[in-house]
Each structure stands twice: as structure tokens, then as C-alpha cells.
Write a protein that binds this ligand. Structure first.
Ligand SMILES: O=C(O)CCC(=O)C(=O)O
Ligand SMILES: [Fe+2]
Length: 340
């Protein structure tokens, strides 16, 4: 086994898994890797993947393209503003979304006005959805090629989603293609994230200030691409927030609430957040600012029209099913409605 990517003294172990052994390995390596992936989602709710089909060059290009979007003037970005949970596409300025566990709207509202997350984001959905067109920025200057770069990345992430779900199926001793028909539409969201540079004093003066508040993700799995800045933290079983330190050219993958529900709670959807980067010895003092951080989250969901009820093998008798079935789209719109 690889050395774990993250290990805490109170029970959080996030494995680092070589996906190429699932995709191209021997039959034994394939099964072993699938079991390790499922085990990671069951124990931690998080895994790191290396050697995925998404190349370092693609990743670099997508991050550069994302940064160019966020350099646009505020009013240009706001002319592509996020509209509704149903569409879930467009730009959110700092302070718009407060990700949280709370579903009580007034509690969410008071949190939002006290300490808004220091972040901005741009959400892209599947392009072949006539009811909810993507809110593409005009392609001039630095933004030439934005749309094709993002659409192509969307498709590559969609394929990776399919591979990871195949691994979960093999890990569960189900037919490898078990999940294919539940996820083939690609009702997923590509979220570009920018956490602007921020004075270090902001975090010192407001102890509750974070870059992204603690939350679990809502859907199936999330493919999370982070730069080298750091600041992502995952909650351990003992309740501590543990640094999920960036590892070059890996993808952090975490399970969301809908997959936890689908798996009859055999898979965990684990709370995480983004705070200021951990202090490195070399950086010394408290003055100055933290540099910006960029990340990209690709939220993978079951098709909105898929009816989600406990996966075979995750319960022995009907009485052991913890949840009623629900349509994926209905579940996700409910969750998004509570946070915007
Ligand atoms: O920026 C990150 O590393 C995490 C983002 C995240 O958790 C989210 O957008 O759901
Ligand atoms: Fe998240």
C-alpha cells in the first residue's frame, strides 16, 4: 500500500490511490484498487487519486484559463451572475453563497451577513441542456478559447466520474457498469473557484473568518483540483480539522450527501472547509497578505431524473433501508435552495 495522503492522530486516514492500476492494471490489481477506493470513501469519505487520465498539462491550462476569468472587471463578471438553483450556472461574487450544514433559511441568512466566505466562483453545467444555457463570458482578449477549454475539461471530468463509479461498483461486488445508467447524462457542475489575496490580519481579527465555511457536498462525488497553496481541511472522526495538504498532480475526491444516502450510509460524506494556508516556517511574521488560492471542484451527480434508493448490497432487509427513495434532481435543488 501507498503511504496515506493524510493521517491524523484521531482516526482520519485519507489514502493516496494510483487510479492507473484500476484502469490498466492486471485483474487482481484492478480489484485491489477498487476495494481501496471504496474503503477510502467508507472510512474517510475522501481519497486522493494519482495517475488519472487528466494530464498535468490539461490541469495547468484549465487553471490558467480560470484565473483569466477572475481577472475580468467585477461588473463584467456580474453580468454573468448565477441565477437559480435549477440552472446552477454563472458567477457568484464574494459573499453570495454561504455553504453550511444549516437548512434553516434565517440561520443561513444571519451567518452570511456576519462573516461571508472570502471567495468567488463560476459554475458551468453540461452544455447540451437547452433549458439552462451556460452563461459564457464574451470571447475576446484573454478569454478567447475559454468556452472550449471548459467544455473539454467538463467532458474529461465526466469520464473520470464514470471510472470512479465503476471502481465503487467493483469494490461493492456489483457489475462494473452498475452505475453507468444512473450517471450517463452528466448532470454535473464544474465550479471554478478563486479565493482572493487577503490580509493576514483579517483572520487574526475575526477568529471565525474562513475562505469557505465548513460543509459537506450535496451530490455524488466531487473531483477537487487544488493549487499548491493549502488551506483545505477535512474533519476527522474526533472532530478536528486536519490539513488536506496539496500533493502535486493528484485529485482529491470526496463523497457527497447523496452518495452517502444512496449507499445507505456505508459511504461517508465528510465535512470540510477552506481556511488560511498553514503557516510555513519560511513565511515568518503576521504581516502582509496570504496570496490568492485557486481550486476547481467538479460536482458529479446522478442524472437528475434518476431515482435514488439504497444500492443493492448495502442492506440485508427492507427494514435496514435508512431513507426513502428520492429523485436526484429534486434532492439537489432542495439543498441548493437553502444556501443561496
Ligand atoms: O476550494 C476547495 O479546496 C474546496 C471547495 C469546496 O469544498 C466546495 O466548493 O465544495
Ligand atoms: Fe466542498
Amino acid at each position: 500500500m501507498e503511504k496515506a495522503a493524510v493521517q491524523s492522530d484521531d482516526g482520519l486516514v485519507i489514502p493516496l490511490i494510483d487510479l492507473s492500476k484500476f484502469l490498466n492494471g492486471s485483474p487482481a490489481q484492478k480489484v485491489e484498487t477498487a476495494k481501496a477506493i471504496l474503503d477510502g470513501f467508507q472510512r474517510a469519505g475522501f481519497i486522493y487519486l494519482k495517475n488519472t487520465p487528466i494530464t498535468p498539462e490539461t490541469r495547468k491550462h484549465v487553471f490558467e484559463t480560470s484565473a483569466k476569468f477572475f481577472e475580468l472587471p467585477g461588473e463584467t463578471k456580474l453580468s454573468h451572475a448565477w441565477t437559480t438553483p435549477q440552472a446552477n450556472r454563472g458567477y457568484s461574487a464574494p459573499g453570495r453563497e454561504k455553504v453550511t450544514q444549516l437548512t434553516d433559511l434565517s440561520a443561513v441568512e444571519s451567518l452570511r451577513s456576519s462573516l461571508p466566505d472570502i471567495k468567488e466562483s463560476f459554475e458551468i453545467g453540461r452544455e447540451d441542456e437547452p433549458e439552462h444555457p451556460n452563461l459564457w463570458p464574451a470571447e475576446s482578449g484573454e478569454l478567447v478559447g475559454f468556452k472550449s477549454t471548459m467544455n473539454s475539461f467538463f467532458d474529461q471530468c465526466k469520464s473520470l466520474h464514470e471510472q470512479v463509479m465503476r471502481a465503487i461498483a467493483v469494490g461493492m461486488d456489483l457489475p462494473e457498469d452498475f452505475f453507468d445508467k444512473f450517471i450517463d447524462v452528466g448532470d454535473n457542475t464544474l465550479r471554478l473557484l478563486h479565493y482572493p489575496a487577503v490580509e493576514k490580519s483579517v483572520f487574526r481579527i475575526n477568529p471565525g473568518q474562513v475562505r469557505a465555511g465548513e460543509h459537506s457536498d450535496y451530490g455524488g462525488i466531487t473531483l477537487l483540483f487544488q493549487d499548491q497553496r493549502g488551506g483545505l481541511q477535512v474533519r476527522s472522526p474526533g472532530g478536528q480539522f486536519v490539513d488536506a495538504t496539496p500533493i502535486e498532480d493528484t485529485i482529491v475526491v470526496n463523497a457527497g450527501d447523496l452518495l452517502a444516502r444512496w449507499s445507505n450510509d456505508t459511504i461517508k460524506s465528510t465535512v470540510h472547509r477552506v481556511v488560511e494556508p498553514p503557516r510555513r516556517e519560511s513565511e515568518g511574521g503576521d504581516g502582509g497578505e496570504h496570496p490568492p488560492r485557486y481550486s476547481i471542484a467538479y460536482f458529479c451527480n446522478p442524472n437528475f431524473k434518476s431515482f435514488i434508493e439504497a444500492i443493492p448490497g448495502t442492506y440485508a432487509t427492507e427494514a435496514e433501508k435508512k431513507y426513502d427513495g428520492i429523485y436526484s434532481g429534486q434532492y439537489l435543488v432542495q439543498r441548493l435552495t437553502a444556501t443561496y
